[in-house]
Design a protein around this ligand. Sequence first.
Ligand SMILES: Nc1ncnc2c1ncn2[C@@H]1O[C@H](COP(=O)(O)OP(=O)(O)OP(=O)(O)O)[C@@H](O)[C@H]1O
Ligand SMILES: [Mg+2]
Length: 482
Amino acid sequence: MQPPHFGTAVTSPILPLQDPSLLQTKAMQSMFDCFEGLCEGTVIVDREARVIWINDRYAARLHIDPVRAIGQEIEALIPNSLMRQVVVTGQPILIDLLEAANQTFVVMRMPFRDEAGEVAGAVGFALFSHYESLKPLFDRFSGLQTELARARKKLAEARATKYTFSSFIGDSPATMEVKRLARRAAQLQAPVLLHGETGTGKELLAQAIHAGGPRAGKPFVPVNMAAIPEALMEAEFFGVAPGAFTGADRKHRPGKFELAHGGTLFLDEIGDLPLPLQSKLLRVLQEQECEPLGSNRVIPVDVRILAATSRDLEAMVEDGRFRKDLFYRLNVLNIPLPPLRQRLGDLELLCEHLLEKTALENGTRARELSPEAIGYLKRHAWPGNVRELRNVLERAVMNTDEVRLEAAAFRGLLKAAEEPPAGPRALPDRTYAQAMAEAERQILESALSAAQGKVVEAARRLGIGRATFYKRMSALQRPSPD
Ligand SMILES: Nc1ncnc2c1ncn2[C@@H]1O[C@H](COP(=O)(O)OP(=O)(O)OP(=O)(O)O)[C@@H](O)[C@H]1O
Ligand SMILES: [Mg+2]
């Protein structure tokens, strides 16, 4: 395309300057020619930011047709362009970096005005990206970009590896079964429902499932139903369109579904989701798309759903407090996390791990537990499970400098009601069935550990068949009778 010409002889639609002095016209023409020659690209837009001229080199660089470009809004050709900002504000942008068509340009943008002084349009120059004097600037920019990419990767790695299956401590048969189910779940795409008492490691396991599966490099986005006020839940899940309501952001605010795109959405405390939201969630899961508040645009949803609850969802379904259809959709793979008191075989290993972690965090020496201390802790009911164990250990460590912690270090730290009795072991807070189940569990677990985990051998030692051993084990993993 011919470059535009400034002057009275040619009536240019771009700069309708009336009666400029010859000198001024010449100066302008030569300045434009000079820049135009130096630059990789030149583009001119009118006051509506529509292209009125673009030079062939720039069009070629951007892979566009210079003739068809005329009349188009600048963003249609260069999505990141700030030419509109220049015509709207009337302010030039003298040096900037522009990313377009997978290249980086140093750009300069200037408005121009009509005789009345009104902004009539803007001209943009894109400098050669290999222009010698700009090399330091480009090097610095690409250096920063590499650093940014590295930092992003690190962040993703930190997120992805915060918890893996090896973080889930325990080698009791019950815990091994939980890990087996979770490892299998990691390889599948179906929703998983994790249920267990507070502090049993539901969130830890959800992260491990995400980190152990094909979506590991993508986001893991947790949403806690118990922590979000009902009125805000919909916006939180599905996002908000720009200006959807008074006070809404001018920019689109993405919802958790959008943030988790390609990755995993962890719906924590799903039992706290109010019924109207349950219907909406179900619809999104069925249709695989969602609609931000106040928009008429649908966003495709590609997320893997992991849900957790400490409530009895089946009972809630029966009472009509949880939708049956949603329950079935979430409960495709079910992983029950047994409470700590039902897998006391893990307690010692957990203590070791938690004490090591505390020492590492405080930069101190790791403490040990005396056998009496372990025995003492094993007699506590641990209603707060591993979280409670961690807190109790941390407090005991703070109370003394001894490397070896004795049972006495824990007296007064366990909740009074659950303090184990001092005398011979009594079971006042358990039913007969619970006590029997506990005794049976200990028999099975100790046989299994004596047989180094070999079920056939453990069963032989106890004088029962392998099938019976399995049956008793799995019966014990169901919620204990009370
Ligand atoms: N098996 C385990 N090995 C190591 N740490 C564990 C284990 N289980 C739980 N924890 C630790 O206990 C704490 C509680 O775990 P988490 O938050 O995953 O529990 P939760 O089941 O989600 O509890 P809540 O229902 O209260 O949210 C965390 O610090 C977690 O790291
Ligand atoms: Mg949790």
